[in-house]
Unconditional design. Structure first.
Length: 201
């Protein structure tokens, strides 16, 4: 039995398919509300409280990590952040596929990390997802964009405003649109700590 209802591609839906789409839509509404609450949490100028709420939402956050104000999250349950990492103001962290950020990572303000994008060559413009991994001691400059499927190797540096579309080798320095290797970090033995959090940022 098919119903007179169709999906966005014009395919007629069976009752089971319609029920599945209804359940999926309700789940998405709940997730959107959760993401909105996390956005509001990001406006509270007290990082200990923000971190507590983010952990309740399912984000795995290591000891000593700071997430500054204004950070946005998409589907928080797939986001894992290591210890002694700093996320700058107004960053975007996408959890629609696994996002893993290592230890001692410095992510500057307004960095966007995405792991979902649309297939521009498909007639129905579907979303496709791929995990993103940012290894230990990486530095990502302000307003850089990391796209789905990228692995950024240990100690790499991403320049301000760069758009990273492919993997970055360990200790490489990349910049530009799309990002290309422009140098190499001389010191490969990194042992620094990023320091204490700013409580009211």
């Amino acid at each position: 039995m098919q119903l007179p209802l169709a999906d966005k591609t014009g395919k007629k839906l069976t009752p089971r398919e319609l029920a599945g789409k209804g359940v999926n839509r309700i789940g998405n509404i709940i997730l959107e509300f959760e993401v909105y609450l996390l956005y509001l949490t990001g406006c509270i100028p007290f990082h200990h409280w923000r971190r507590f709420v983010y952990r309740l939402a399912g984000i795995k956050i290591g000891r000593g990590t700071t997430i500054h104000m204004g950070t946005s999250f998409y589907d928080p349950k797939n986001i894992q952040i290591g210890s002694d990492t700093v996320i700058g103001e107004k960053a975007v962290l996408d959890g629609r596929a696994p996002l893993t950020i290592g230890n001692h990572v410095a992510i500057a303000s307004e960095v966007m990390v995405y792991n979902s994008e649309h297939n521009i060559d498909d007639e129905y413009f579907p979303a496709s997802e791929a995990p993103v991994t940012i290894d230990d001691y990486v530095f990502i400059g302000p307003r850089a964009i990391i796209l789905p499927g990228v692995i950024i190797g240990k100690g790499a540096v991403v320049g301000a405003g760069a758009v990273v579309t492919k993997d970055v080798p360990p200790s490489a320095i990349v910049g530009g649109v799309p990002a290309k290797i422009i140098g190499e970090r001389r010191n490969k033995e990194l042992h620094y700590k990023l320091g204490r959090a700013r409580w009211f940022r």
